[in-house]
Design a protein. Structure first.
Length: 327
């Protein structure tokens, strides 16, 4: 992490801690339902929950497991959750394009080959050494949802592969990716962390390339592909602004801890079912509170959303700032 990023996170974490203090044990905790998709970028949630930071802020936060991004969006629209970690930005932006005033991102997960989340893997004995080797009817799985499979297809197209001729690809829930390789039903796939680290450690899978969105779709290996992030429902923020503010403050504190305190990786053991011996090695994205995004970050985010429109995942072009909110 760059020194300026570290200092900025430290300052925001201190401010977040101050905002979260004014509640006493005598006051009833405000309940919040928070959806969690199984990706390592949920670490700030597990830090805050396990260290009692939500409780300190007068919040009782219930974790609601989410198995796909479309289901997360549906839950936000229905009001069955108040916010979510790891919602892919293309699907969140698509909902905002179709129904403005549904949700806002309070932090974004910057992904690339240094800050790893998305990647292509193959089974450990595969002869494939690069994406261009995914030929001859290569059978691939993909992380679920239109945004994930859309990005996977777009990357493979960029390297010159033709779906149906060179490869096939099917959506599969993250929890079955390891078994999909182990069974031999798939030759490889487009997966996320921590699933990739687990399958590699167990010698079931092997990484082919990480950070593929930044490299092939944004066109710069060092770009931040803001492909997911933490959201709060607009209705939640409008109806309970003080609760939303306190939640965002604790979330920001969790973000700072996730990226500056390596001991926090241990919370992935219970939360993400990561084997204890692997927790310290699981990569994290560059999680950035919306208020800390730089001009270059906003440009990368806008470009990614524009690509989503080109792919047909987002209905109409949408401004990146209109789907984001700093609390």
């Amino acid at each position: 992490m760059q020194r300026t990023d570290f200092l900025r996170l430290a300052i925001r974490a201190a401010a977040a801690f101050a905002l979260a203090l004014p509640f006493t044990a005598a006051q009833a905790a405000d309940k919040v339902k928070f959806g969690v998709f199984p990706s390592s970028a949920a670490l700030p949630f597990y830090i805050a929950q396990n260290r009692g930071w939500f409780k300190e802020a007068g919040l009782e936060v219930e974790e609601v497991p989410m198995t796909s991004h479309p289901l997360t969006v549906q839950a936000l629209v229905a009001g069955s959750i108040d916010g979510a970690a790891n919602l892919v930005t293309l699907e969140g932006a698509n909902m905002e394009a179709r129904r403005p005033g549904t949700l806002k991102y309070i932090s974004l997960n910057g992904q690339n080959s240094e800050h790893v989340i998305e990647q292509f893997v193959v089974k450990s004995g595969s002869p494939a050494k690069s994406l261009k080797d995914f030929k001859g009817g290569f059978k691939l799985f993909s992380a679920p949802g239109p945004a994930n499979i859309g990005a996977a297809r777009a990357v493979l197209k960029k390297v010159g592969l033709v779906e149906g001729k060179d490869f096939t690809i099917q959506e599969q829930q993250i929890g079955v990716h390891l078994g999909a390789l182990q069974s031999g039903n798939f030759d490889g796939g487009y997966t996320l962390e921590p699933a990739a680290t687990i399958m590699v450690a167990q010698n079931i899978g092997r990484r082919v390339e990480t950070g593929v969105i930044a490299t092939y779709l944004l066109g710069r290996k060092e770009a931040s592909a803001f492909a997911a992030g933490a959201v709060l429902a607009d209705k939640f923020m409008a109806d309970r602004p003080d609760v939303a503010r306190r939640f965002a403050a604790v979330w920001t504190r969790g973000v700072a801890a996730a990226q500056t305190d390596s001991s926090t990786r241990g919370y992935l053991v219970q939360g993400m079912k990561v084997p204890p011996e692997l927790a310290a090695t699981v990569p994290l994205p560059r999680i950035v509170p919306v208020g800390d995004l730089s001009a270059a970050d906003w440009a990368d985010f806008q470009k990614f959303l524009d690509i989503g429109t080109e792919l047909g995942v987002i209905k109409d072009r949408i401004d990146a700032r209109s789907v984001s909110k700093a609390l």
